[in-house]
Design a protein around this ligand. Sequence first.
Ligand code: GRF
Length: 208
Amino acid sequence: MKKIAVLVSGGGTNLQALLDAMQEDRLGGGKIVLVISSRADAYALERAKKAGVETAVVSKKDWPDATERDTRLLELLAEHEIELVVLAGYLSILSPRVIEAYRNRIINIHPSLIPSFCGAGFYGLRVHEAVLEYGVKLTGATVHFVNEIPDGGAILLQKSVAVKNGDTPEILQKRVMEEAEWSLLPRAVALYCEDRITMVDGKAVITE
Ligand code: GRF
C-alpha cells in the first residue's frame, strides 16, 4: 500500500475523482493519507475532510519565506511517510529542492495535450483561452511526472477531447475535466501504485 499526498489550491474536483477512486478500490491499492492546500479557503479541503483524510495548509501567507515553506512541506511529507505526491490543481511552483527529494514520485495533471499550451503562465482557464484563440480542433489532458521544467516532465498518460463550435473557455474546461482529467488522474495514480511505470532514457514506459 503506497501512501499518497494530494496538493491542491482550489475547488478540488480532481481530488474528488481520486477520493472516489480510492473508495471504489481503483487506485491500485494506493491510499490518500494527506491533502495539503496552498490556500486556507480552498474547497478541496472540505472534500478531504468529508472523506476523512487529514488536511494541512502551507500558504504563502503563513510561510512567506520560500525556503521555510519548502521545509514545512517536506516535513509534512516525511512525517506521513508519503511515497507519491499528486498535484491536483496546485497553483504554486515546487522548488527544485522538493522536486529532487521526490524525483519521479510527483505527478501533475495539466489540461492540454503537452507540449501544446503548457509551461509558465498556462494554468486554469488561460489554457483553454489559448486553445480557443489558436483554433485547434483537439485538446485534452496530460498526466506527467514533475521535473524542474514547468509541465516538462515525462508524460504518463494523455487523452484527447474535441473542441466544438461555440465553446467558451468555461465550457471547454468542463468538457476536458469530464472527458479526460477525472478518469486520467486516478488511472495514472493506479499505474504508479501498481509499479507499472518504468523510466527509460527519460521517458516513462507503461506496462498495462
Ligand atoms: C484542473 O483543470 C487541472 O488540470 C489544473 O487545475 C484544474 C484544477 O481543478 N491543473 P480542480 O481544483 O481539480 O477542480
